[in-house]
Structure formats: C-alpha cells, structure tokens
Ligand binder design. Structure first.
Ligand code: SF4
Ligand code: SF4
Length: 168
C-alpha cells in the first residue's frame, strides 16, 4: 500500500469530521488515555492477551459484549467489543502500572496501539482519523508543513497494522 493515498481527518467531540493536511504528534507517555476512557477490545485482542498468560476475568470488566461504532479498519457500522477491565474504585485501566507504563505493552489492544488515531481502510485509500483533543492534548492539527510529522505518523500506523514500513 502506498501512503500517498492516505487522508487525514480530525473528528471533534460532536462527531464532525474535517480533512486535515498536516499534523504533529509525539506521544509523551503521559498515560492520560489509559485513564477515563472505556477501552474497547475485540476478540482478537482478548486472544492475544490470553496467549500471553492472562485469564479472561483479569482482562474484562464484563463478559457481555457491547456494540460500539467501529473506528478501525474495514467495516463501518457497529462491531462487537468488550470493555477492558479497570482498577477497583479507580477509573483507569487495570494494566496501567504505578510508574505509568503498560503492563501488556507488547500485546496491548489495537485501540491502544493506534491511539490517538484510528484507521479506516477501503480498496482505494486509507483514512487516518485523529481523535478529539479532550483526552490526548499532544496532537496538533493543521500545523505548518515544516512542523508536520504526518508521514512518520502514517508510517508508524502502517507498521502497527501491516507489519512493515510502506513506501511513500
Ligand atoms: S497517546 Fe496522548 S494521552 Fe496517550 S499517552 Fe500518548 S500523549 Fe498521553
Ligand atoms: S492496555 Fe496498556 S495502553 Fe491500553 S489502556 Fe491499558 S495500560 Fe493503557
């Protein structure tokens, strides 16, 4: 896949989408996105966590699935997902360690790997959606070209999703 076919779009808290040319983002590992959010996980994510020694009741808050708007990859519409467990009486992911690191970093759910982005794909193009800034404040939208690291961001996302660097 050629990343020149990629479009970037931001989505605001009202669900409105607009196309963006240049963005800048470096994750500061502040771990804010591991708090407050209900993190959706798919059955594939759960398989990965189980293959790495975790039991289902260590992973999930509820065994019952919920239907959420699909933000990643091929299918629009609603998908079945589960909510990642949170610590008792604390609104943060059960895998967030006291030093701010992720206990399951090497096999964390796809949503966590991509955040603060999600990626939609069809035959012709890839759409990278930037999440609203109310959780991750380090994403900058519509920056000058000389401040942009958009290509690097897209390459990293492609590497997460498809396992190899794509050409531009
Ligand atoms: S994605 Fe954003 S909110 Fe999450 S750890 Fe990185 S900088 Fe913090
Ligand atoms: S699995 Fe890791 S990256 Fe994902 S929310 Fe939990 S601590 Fe954060």
């Amino acid at each position: 896949m050629d990343i020149s076919g990629t479009e970037i779009a931001s989505i605001n808290e009202f669900g409105e989408i607009h196309t963006v040319r240049h963005i800048n983002f470096e994750c500061t590992s502040c771990s804010k996105c591991c708090k407050l959010n209900n993190i959706p996980v798919t059955e594939h994510d759960i398989d990965q966590l189980q293959k790495n020694g975790l039991e289902i009741d260590q992973i999930l808050e509820e065994i019952s699935p919920v239907l959420i708007a699909n933000k990643n990859l091929e299918h629009d519409g609603l998908v079945k997902a589960y909510i990642l467990r949170q610590k008792p009486f604390r609104r943060e992911c059960v895998f967030l360690e006291e030093d701010g690191l992720c206990k399951v970093h090497n096999f964390k759910p796809l949503t966590c790997q991509l955040y603060p982005f999600s990626v939609k794909k069809n035959e012709k193009k890839l759409l990278v959606i930037v999440h609203p800034k109310n959780i991750c404040e380090f994403i900058e939208i519509d920056v000058d070209e000389n401040k942009s690291n958009t290509t690097k961001i897209v390459e990293n996302l492609m590497t997460y999703l498809f396992g190899e660097k794509q050409t531009s």
